[in-house]
Design a protein around this ligand. Structure first.
Ligand code: F3S
Length: 645
């Protein structure tokens, strides 16, 4: 049987299930990654499983998100992760080594293998031909403990690339074009598999930009074939022996097909506040720009930095513009320095920030109030850049460089003359000195826990009869940033659920947490694609801590749905989406979990309106048992104690 790339990798890793679309499968996970914003909780969860050492081929913990050290909380988290990594057999990437996705691509990603990461942009490694999936921290902790990962067998979309990108148009424009066509919901339940003659014109870093931001479509993941370009990348990293050729069979059958002629693309931007709000840059030229941010895990490769440096060399940034660059990794920083690019950028007036995430969520580099920030990052959600009055336009490095010079959104083809043609160096600066290998004597490791690292809260089982108010009613495309904000104020609380839960829905409704506590929890009512965006399990864990029993929505984003299950919150979908309109915030609800029928349909009673609303629980029978137990850790403990009896 002819297979796609995705099918080949899944078949090789399949533990349960078949390649039939839409049905649950379990696969073996070869590698995992966590970072400091999700990793402290994942490590506490790993500890709670009772295992002594991780069972994957490789697990890595990166310090890249919470780098600000204005008090003890972030440094304590870093130290805790370092100790836990040493004890449990996890490679530790020290602060300063770079952003997890970039460093993983450089040093560990392998074509044909599987990677599960507690970050929604884990698909970055798909740029090298790895099946790389983002998940909640608990799923990653369980994969580290040797459990297979369960997912719904996705549909596979062939993205057929032909032609070659014109000058001043780059990989970011390819993924913005995909988003323009399919929207932030268009990838749900799908893998985007990039093939065709246009692929060979893209470097591995450009491919990784595309697979990274494929997460914004809601896709399970995105992947490229592994070819001679991939081999050259691995050779430059001193890892050519890890290369394998990976292509779809000639007569592989795809569920859908998208055709993109690269030569016809033009510079694009995504306007605030969604990544699919995409228009040609020509339509928004002239908007005054206050800030430009280069970098993040999407566009901070050597290719990107050399491109920006080429464009800004010998020029000065506009007096209205504050410009900063977050390089993807220490390797890129060193290499860009060796090639003179950093000098060109610093001379032009660009601030060189750390090789870290910070600025991506506004930490250390946020726009002024009501300001416009042109950013090469992947998300421009409301409040994503550190506060809610900044307006973020997502753009390629070329468009961002044009904004830097002109002080307004501009078409780079009107600003620059000489395009830059990137050639991958045959060898890169490889220095593994910022990794710390696991301890050979784990029993001697004493894990240091600062006062901000609180134990996992106890989760009680879900009662059969759910009663409470609709504590909040929100619209479509609510992101995990809306539910549990990121940024300098919140990230240091990620290891402290009681403290961080006070900020649930803060950007939408600052009184939500207080109300939830006073009313002893209740229900959330939401529109379509609820929980899109990051893999942040705190967007389920903190609401659970506040007593949320169920979320009734038009539809859910994949990772958030899994996180609701993992933390024992019942997801329900309106059988008729028009019923969403009948409900108001503050209505009293009653739902009897035991009356779900064989197809998992049930009736939600709105006692205030005196109406009955048909709902469907979008779970398997096994997942419903997990929710009823109060979450996956309770479920595991319950089964372990049953086994002992
Ligand atoms: Fe970090 Fe932003 Fe990427 S937070 S992992 S640089 S999306």
């Amino acid at each position: 049987m002819a297979l796609t790339i995705t099918e080949k990798i899944i078949k090789h890793h399949l533990i349960n299930g078949t390649l039939d679309r839409g049905r649950p499968i379990t696969i073996k996970i070869d590698q995992t990654l966590v970072h400091d914003a999700t990793g402290t909780m994942a490590m506490l969860e790993l500890e709670a499983t009772g295992i002594k050492r991780v069972k994957t081929d490789l697990s890595v913990a990166y310090i890249d998100h919470n780098m600000i050290q204005e008090d003890f909380k972030n440094p304590d988290d870093h130290r805790f992760l370092q100790d836990m990594a040493a004890k449990y057999g996890v490679m530790f990437s020290r602060p300063g080594n770079g952003i997890c996705h970039h460093v993983h691509l450089e040093r560990f990603a392998v074509p044909g293998k599987t990677l599960l990461g507690s970050d929604s942009h884990t698909p970055t490694a798909g740029g090298i031909g790895m099946l790389a999936i983002g998940a909640g921290g608990l799923d990653v902790a369980l994969a580290m403990a040797g459990e297979p990962f369960t997912l719904i067998m996705p549909k596979i979309v062939k993205v057929n690339l032909i032609g070659k990108l014109p000058s001043f148009v780059s990989a970011k424009d390819v993924i913005l074009e995909v988003l323009r066509r399919v929207s932030v919901k268009g990838g749900v339940g799908k893998v985007f598999e990039y093939c065709g003659p246009g692929v060979k014109s893209l470097s591995v870093s450009e491919r990784a930009t595309i697979t990274n931001m494929g997460a914004e479509t809601g896709a399970t993941t995105s992947i490229f074939e592994s070819d001679e370009v991939t081999r050259q990348w691995l050779r430059a990293q001193g890892r050519e022996r890890e290369w394998v050729s990976l292509h779809p069979d000639i007569d592989a059958v795809y569920d859908e097909e998208i055709n993109i002629d690269l030569s016809l693309l033009e510079p694009l931007v995504a306007r605030p506040f969604l990544p699919d709000n995409v228009v040609p840059v020509k339509e928004v030229t002239g908007i005054r720009v206050d800030q430009v941010m280069f970098g993040s895990c999407t566009n901070s490769s050597l290719r990107d930095i050399l491109t920006i440096a080429h464009m800004l060399k010998g020029k000065r940034i506009h007096p209205n513009v504050d410009a900063g660059l977050s390089p993807g990794s220490r390797q890129i920083l060193l290499q860009a320095g060796a090639e003179g690019a950093l000098e060109d950028l610093i001379t032009a007036g660009v601030r060189i920030l750390e090789a870290s995430c910070g600025a991506c969520v506004g930490m250390g580099f946020a726009p002024p109030s009501e300001g416009v920030s042109v950013r090469t990052i992947n998300r421009n959600f409301y409040g994503r850049c550190g506060h809610t009055s900044g307006k973020v336009y997502l753009a390629s490095p070329e468009v961002a460089a044009a904004a830097c010079i002109t002080g307004e959104i501009a078409d780079p083809r009107d600003v620059f003359v000489e395009p830059f043609y990137f050639e991958m160096p045959s060898g890169l600066i490889v220095d593994e000195g910022m990794f710390i290998a696991p301890s050979p004597e784990p029993e001697k490791i004493v894990v240091r826990r600062g006062p901000n690292i609180k134990p996992l809260p106890e989760m009680g089982p879900l009662p059969d009869k759910l009663e409470g108010k609709a504590l909040i009613k929100v619209g479509d495309d609510i992101t995990t940033d809306h539910i549990m904000p990121a940024g300098a104020k919140f990230l240091p609380l990620r290891s402290n659920i009681p403290a961080i839960s006070d900020h649930v829905f803060e950007v939408l409704d600052p009184t939500f947490a207080k109300r939830a506590k006073e009313l002893n929890g209740g229900f959330i009512v939401a529109g379509a694609n609820y929980g899109q965006g990051s893999s942040r399990e705190h967007a389920a864990l903190a609401p659970k801590y506040l007593g949320i029993k169920a979320v009734v929505a038009k539809s859910f984003a994949r990772i958030h749905l899994a996180n609701l299950v993992n933390f024992g919150i019942l997801p329900l979908i309106f059988a008729d989406v028009k019923d969403y309109e009948k409900i108001d915030q503050g209505d009293d609800f009653f739902f009897d979990v035991t009356q779900l029928d064989a197809e998992f349909r049930g009736t939600l009673h709105d006692l205030t309106k005196n109406i009955e609303i048909e709902v469907v629980c979008p779970l398997s029978a096994d997942d419903l048992k997990v929710v009823k137990a109060g979450g996956r850790l309770n479920w595991i403990k319950l089964n372990a104690s049953n086994d002992r009896r």
